[in-house]
Each structure stands twice: as structure tokens, then as C-alpha cells.
Design a protein around this ligand. Structure first.
Ligand SMILES: NC(=O)c1ccc[n+]([C@@H]2O[C@H](COP(=O)([O-])OP(=O)(O)OC[C@H]3O[C@@H](n4cnc5c(N)ncnc54)[C@H](O)[C@@H]3O)[C@@H](O)[C@H]2O)c1
Ligand SMILES: N[C@H](C(=O)O)[C@H](O)COP(=O)(O)O
Length: 352
């Protein structure tokens, strides 16, 4: 991957009342040899937040499709999108939901038209987008699925592999990777959403994209059960017997390497993670608390199954911290590095 050019990444700056704009400004001040970032957002907002947190940044407005300025420290090119209403840190404004979605649309277009090699998203606020009338909005993941016209995507969170390097007792693969079979839905709907066809699609995407984007030659995936103790032989729930086990058997026959279903409480222990390339959790709060406990601020969120590279932070809008300059940009750094890596790898293995 050494000779491939430094990829251009579109960085959507997220909910304007949150920490996204200031995190973008913080990254602009750093050396970023892995990627050339172009912020997507309102230049006035970025300038205001930079001043508020006392950071010097030179914002250069550009047009997608036109050459970017020569990189220099402290300079951040911006593909401008106009706020719909003034934004104050920590105060959500329903009118700006359309602004947030427009930044995503612009970044998707830039990726699809080859002006960016991938997109990195700062956090948006799902509630305010729903309040603005975008019924059914559940997050970037599904929005990007629909924008790209694919049927299924998979949310994967991964810790920065360097995090575990010096950790005694760590025996997992280089990074902890946790994918979700279901994402943002009420807990009472999880069981119904866990159908055999869905689980099979998710596992096929996870297997294929571990190979494609992460260079894992023969992925080994550990699959959680849904119920305590993976159902205790049917005494504590039947989803393992009726849905998960038949899907795993069918996919093993296709050549996938799958462990499980395993009790989720002990699956995330060093012995069980040894040699595992990714864990598939059945629902959001089965997998993500473990991942975030292991590496909050040192992990990123990746959407698998898209025809483009998309990574994101492992945290939300943190309205309580917005405008203070105290938010940790660590996860955004990991998300950028990972997107750059994926873009390089993708450019090598298959033109998008
Ligand atoms: N990638 C995304 O777009 C994304 C990811 C997660 C949550 N969200 C959304 O964000 C909104 C708020 O969610 P939440 O309150 O559950 O989670 P949150 O991550 O915004 O906040 C949880 C806690 O973590 C802290 N925190 C978050 N990011 C931090 C950072 N970079 N540095 C230091 N501390 C940080 C916050 O101050 C807060 O105490 C919701 O609408 C949620 O859906 C978006
Ligand atoms: N479930 C993610 C997390 O907890 O970090 C998050 O809400 C992001 O979702 P999208 O990438 O779909 O916005």
C-alpha cells in the first residue's frame, strides 16, 4: 500500500450544536500524513467554533470536482453547506436537520463521483432529525444504505489495533471488532428482526468485507447467542435453536468459519477472542458496551456493505461538551486513519 496516493476523505462535520465542528477544527491543526481531509459543513460555523475553542485554522472554501489547495499545517479545505438557522453549542435546532442530511448527501456524491476516496462522519443527533419529520431515521448507517441503493449494511465498531499492543492478557486479533446483527431498534423488537435471511446476509457481508477492507484472508467470526447462556438448550429462549444455529450450519457449508452461537457473557474474554477476527453481537447493547469499555475514544464505526468507504466516531454529539474544546478527538483520528487505510486497500483490490 506504500505507493498509493494519499486519499482525499470527505469529513462531514455532523450536528452543528454538538462537538463535530470543533473536532474537525482540532484535526486540521494536526499533521495528517495518512489522508487529505475536506470538511463538509458551514464555513462560518467552523470559524466560529475554532475561535470559541481558541484554535487557529485557515478555512479554504472549495468546490467538489475542482482541485484542492496544497496541504499545509492548520489549513482545512471546506466543501460548503449552509446552516439553515444559527447554531449555538449544546442547543439543538430542528431547522438544521436538513443541513446535516445535506452534508451527508454531498459526501456520498463526492465519493460516488470519485472526488473523495471515502467519507468520515462526525456525530449527528438522531432525535433532532426525527423531530424535524424524517420519520424512520435511525442513523448514518441506514441513511447511507438507502442513499447508495443497497439492501443490507452492517455496523461494525473496531478498536484501534495499537490500543491492545501492550496490554497484558490481550489475546484477541490485533483489534477488537464487534459487528451488530440488529442496530437501532427498541429491544422488544430485536427478536422479530432476527430472521434467518437477515442473519445470513449480515454474516456474508461481514465475511466479505473483512477480506475486502481489512485484508483478513480467512475470517473467523464468533457469533453471540441472543439469550442468556445462548438459550440454555431452548429453556431460556428458542432463537438459537430456531434461527441462529440453522443459519450458521448453512453458512459453514458454504465455507465461512463461524464459532457459536456462544454465550455473550463469556465470549468477550481473552480465551474466546483468541484468533477471532470479529464478533457478531445480536443487538446494539450486547456488543457495543464491551467495545466501548475496551476502547472508547480509541475506536471507530465502519459501515460494511456499502459501495464506498465510510467510517465514523465511536461517540455521539456530546452536547454537554460542545463549544468547550475539551472533547477528545481520539476516535475521529482513528476513524480517519481507518478510512484512509480502507481507501488505499479498496483502490488496490477493486475499483469502486
Ligand atoms: N456516529 C454518530 O453519529 C453517533 C454515535 C453515537 C451516538 N450518536 C448520537 O448522539 C446523540 C447523543 O448520544 P449519547 O448521549 O448516547 O452519547 P454521547 O457519545 O454523545 O455522550 C455520552 C457521554 O460520552 C461523552 N463523550 C462523547 N464523546 C466524547 C468525546 N469525544 N470526548 C469526551 N467525552 C465524550 C459525553 O460527554 C457524554 O458524557 C444521540 O442522538 C445519539 O444517537 C451519534
Ligand atoms: N450505534 C453507534 C454508536 O453507538 O456509536 C451510533 O449510534 C452510530 O450510528 P450511525 O453510524 O448509524 O449514525
Amino acid at each position: 500500500m506504500a505507493d498509493t496516493p494519499v486519499p482525499v476523505l470527505a469529513l462531514t462535520t455532523g450536528e452543528p450544536a454538538g462537538i463535530g465542528p470543533e473536532l474537525a477544527v482540532m484535526l486540521a491543526a494536526e499533521e495528517a500524513p495518512a489522508a487529505r481531509l475536506v470538511a463538509v459543513g458551514d464555513p462560518g460555523l467552523l470559524a466560529e467554533r475554532a475561535a470559541l475553542i481558541g484554535r487557529d485554522v485557515e478555512l479554504v472554501e472549495c468546490t467538489p470536482g475542482e482541485p484542492l489547495p496544497t496541504p499545509r499545517p492548520g489549513m482545512l479545505p471546506v466543501w460548503p453547506v449552509a446552516l439553515r438557522a444559527p447554531s449555538r453549542p449544546g442547543e439543538l435546532e430542528v431547522a438544521n436537520a436538513a443541513y446535516v442530511l445535506e452534508t451527508l448527501d454531498l459526501a456520498v456524491r463526492a465519493c460516488r463521483e470519485g472526488q473523495a476516496a471515502g467519507m468520515v462522519t462526525a456525530p449527528l443527533h438522531k432525535g433532532v432529525i426525527l423531530d424535524a419529520g424524517h420519520a424512520g431515521f435511525t442513523g448514518h448507517t441506514e441513511y447511507l444504505r438507502d442513499a447508495c441503493g443497497v439492501d443490507e449494511v452492517v455496523m461494525l465498531l473496531a478498536t484501534d489495533s495499537a490500543l491492545h499492543a501492550g496490554q497484558p492478557g490481550w489475546r484477541g486479533s490485533a483489534a477488537l471488532r464487534v459487528a451488530l446483527a440488529t442496530t437501532h431498534l427498541p429491544l422488544r423488537e430485536v427478536s422479530d428482526a432476527l430472521t434467518g435471511p437477515r442473519l445470513a446476509r449480515v454474516l456474508r457481508i461481514l465475511d466479505a468485507d473483512l477480506r475486502r477492507w481489512f485484508g483478513v484472508a480467512a475470517p473467523r467470526i464468533a457469533v453471540c447467542g441472543l439469550n442468556p447462556h445462548a438459550g440454555e438448550g431452548g429453556h431460556l429462549g428458542r432463537e438459537e435453536l430456531d434461527v441462529i444455529i440453522p443459519v450458521l450450519e448453512a453458512l459453514r457449508a458454504e465455507g465461512l468459519t463461524l464459532d457459536g452461537p456462544l454465550p455473550a457473557d463469556t465470549l468477550f474474554t481473552p480465551r474466546h477472542l483468541e484468533g477471532v477476527d470479529a464478533v457478531l453481537a445480536m443487538y446494539h447493547d450486547q456488543g457495543l458496551p464491551v467495545l466501548k469499555y475496551a476502547g472508547f475514544g480509541r475506536a471507530a464505526n465502519i459501515t460494511l456493505g456499502l459501495p464506498l468507504v465510510r467510517t465514523s466516531v465511536d461517540h455521539g454529539t456530546a452536547l454537554d461538551l460542545a463549544g468547550r474544546g475539551s472533547a477528545d478527538p481520539g476516535s475521529l483520528r482513528v476513524a480517519v486513519a481507518l478510512a484512509a487505510d480502507m481507501a488505499r486497500r479498496g483502490a488496490e483490490v477493486a475499483p469502486m
